[in-house]
Every structure is written in structure tokens, then in C-alpha cells.
Write a protein that binds this ligand. Structure first.
Ligand code: B1M
Length: 210
């Protein structure tokens, strides 16, 4: 049986120490990096469903997240793109009040591989921190805001509206994350929306190239 199934099972079980080695084995077996990544994304959906059903709790969710993050580190070189820095700098972060970073880090990895320089502000990023980063970094062409909680959608709105009313120019704003829709993105004044990491990179390029 493919090692991908072992990767999936060990991410679900939160075995952070085992996942990197299993990924190396899955790659050596000839599995493609995007397929391994998708298996880990699927694992996190299972983890979310188990959390919703009351079968697991926050500590187990956290361990699964750590296991997936370790796995992503191993896969990252396999997503490295050819073009470097030609599309300017992308400031990326998870909005205020929200600590989820796996999806944001995948989006960051894909946007970087599409040719952006990345300034990753991490999680729980306030509107003013996004603004400061736009001011402090050279050639910011894109700001990317991630959010996973319905309760932090107002923080995403505040961030976009703060950036848009700041008088700063030369960059586009893209938003995304599980509770975010194209309609919500448009309603808060974002320039773009994407449902997943791959399409976020494609949309980022479109937005910046005009
Ligand atoms: Co939490 N959590 N969590 N959690 N967590 C969810 C999101 C939840 C859906 C679980 C559930 O109830 N089924 C639920 C949110 C419900 C809601 O609001 N609708 C939830 C909750 C309730 C909570 C807490 C409130 C739980 C509690 O304390 N009682 C708490 C909140 C803490 C906080 O943020 N203030 C909490 C905490 C945590 C952990 C810290 C334990 C951990 C996160 C650790 C970490 O990220 N380092 C965690 C986890 C792991 C999850 C689940 C299980 C997995 C999230 C994940 O990494 N998915 C999640 C359940 C689920 O998603 N089904 C859940 C994999 C990742 C690849 O997908 O992040 O969706 P995702 O990213 C995708 C797309 O959304 C998109 O592309 C990505 C890749 O394709 N995308 C973008 C993301 N950002 C984008 C930006 C873009 C474009 C696309 O443009 C800029």
C-alpha cells in the first residue's frame, strides 16, 4: 500500500516526529509532492470533522497541525518555482484573533513559487501591523489575508478597509480561508479572492500583472 496512506494516518494521529520520514519514503516511492500535500489537507478535514463531532479536542487538533507543518517543511523544496522576486513583495498574514496558519503557509509557499518575495507576518496580525509592513518593505505589490474563523471575518474586513483607506498605493489585496467567499471578499472591498492555495497563486499573478 502507498506510503501516502501512512502519511495521512500519522498526520491525523498527530505524530509530528514520524511524518517527515514517511514523506521522504512516499517521495522515494514515486508519489508526487502535490498528491502527498493533498493527502495531508484531507487529514486535516478529518481532524476538523472529529473535533466538530466531539471525538477529539483542541490538543489533538494542535498535534495534527504540528504534524502537518513538519510535513510541509519537507515538501516545500518540491514547490519551489523558477522565477524569483520579479512580481514584487507579498505581505501575508492571518488576521487578528485567528491562530490558524497551515493554510496561510501553504498559500505563502505557492505565491512564493509564483515569483513573489514573501514577508510572512504570522498569525493574529492586526490591521495596523499589515499597514506597517506595507510601509516598511520595498515594492509591496500584494497583501494576502487569511482567516479560518467566522468570528474573525470582521477583523478581515477591518484589515482590508484600513489598507484601502490608508492612501497607500501600488498593491492589491487578496483574501481567503475556509469561511471566506467571493461575495464576502467583494463586499469588504478586497481586490481578489481564492478558495485554495493553488488558485491563490494564480489569482495573485493576475492581480499584480493587471
Ligand atoms: Co481550529 N477551527 N480552532 N484549530 N481548526 C477550525 C477552523 C474549525 C472549522 C474546526 C471545526 O469546528 N470543525 C473551527 C472553526 C469554525 C468556524 O469558525 N467556522 C475551529 C475552531 C472553532 C477553533 C477554536 C475556536 C477551538 C477552540 O478553542 N474551542 C480555536 C480558535 C483559536 C484561534 O484561532 N483564536 C481553534 C484552534 C485550532 C488549533 C490552534 C488547535 C489548530 C490550528 C493550528 C495551526 O494552524 N497552527 C486548529 C486546527 C488544526 C483546525 C482544523 C482542524 C484544521 C485547519 C487546517 O489547518 N486545515 C480546522 C478544521 C478544518 O479546516 N476542517 C479548524 C488545513 C489547511 C490546509 O486548510 O486552513 O482551510 P485551510 O486553508 C486552505 C483554504 O482555506 C485556503 O487555502 C488553503 C489551502 O488550500 N486559504 C486561502 C487559506 N487561507 C487563504 C488565503 C488566501 C486564499 C486561500 O488568500 C490570501
Amino acid at each position: 500500500m502507498s506510503k501516502i496512506n501512512d502519511v495521512k494516518a500519522m498526520v491525523e494521529a498527530g505524530k509530528a516526529k514520524l511524518v517527515p520520514g514517511l514523506i521522504e519514503e512516499a517521495l522515494a516511492e514515486g508519489n508526487a509532492a502535490p498528491d502527498i500535500l493533498q493527502a495531508m489537507v484531507d487529514s486535516m478535514s478529518v481532524v476538523g470533522d472529529k473535533f466538530s463531532a466531539g471525538e477529539i479536542f483542541v490538543p489533538e487538533m494542535l498535534m495534527a497541525a504540528k504534524a502537518m507543518s513538519k510535513g510541509v517543511e519537507v515538501l516545500k523544496p518540491h514547490f519551489a518555482g523558477q522565477s524569483r522576486s520579479s512580481l514584487g513583495t507579498c505581505v501575508i498574514g492571518t488576521v487578528a484573533g485567528d491562530l490558524h496558519d497551515i493554510g496561510k503557509n501553504l498559500v505563502s509557499m505557492m505565491i512564493e513559487s509564483a515569483g513573489f518575495e514573501i514577508v510572512n507576518l504570522g498569525v493574529d496580525v492586526s490591521a495596523s501591523k499589515f499597514m506597517q509592513a506595507v510601509k516598511e518593505n520595498k515594492n509591496v505589490t500584494l497583501v494576502a489575508c487569511s482567516g479560518l474563523l467566522t468570528t474573525t471575518m470582521p477583523a478581515m474586513k477591518e484589515t482590508v478597509q484600513t489598507l484601502k483607506s490608508s492612501g497607500l498605493t501600488g498593491f492589491k489585496v487578496i483574501v481567503g480561508g475556509a469561511p471566506v467567499s467571493a461575495e464576502f471578499a467583494a463586499s469588504i472591498g478586497a481586490d481578489g479572492f481564492a478558495p485554495d492555495a493553488g488558485s491563490a497563486a494564480a489569482r495573485a499573478v493576475e492581480l499584480v500583472k493587471g
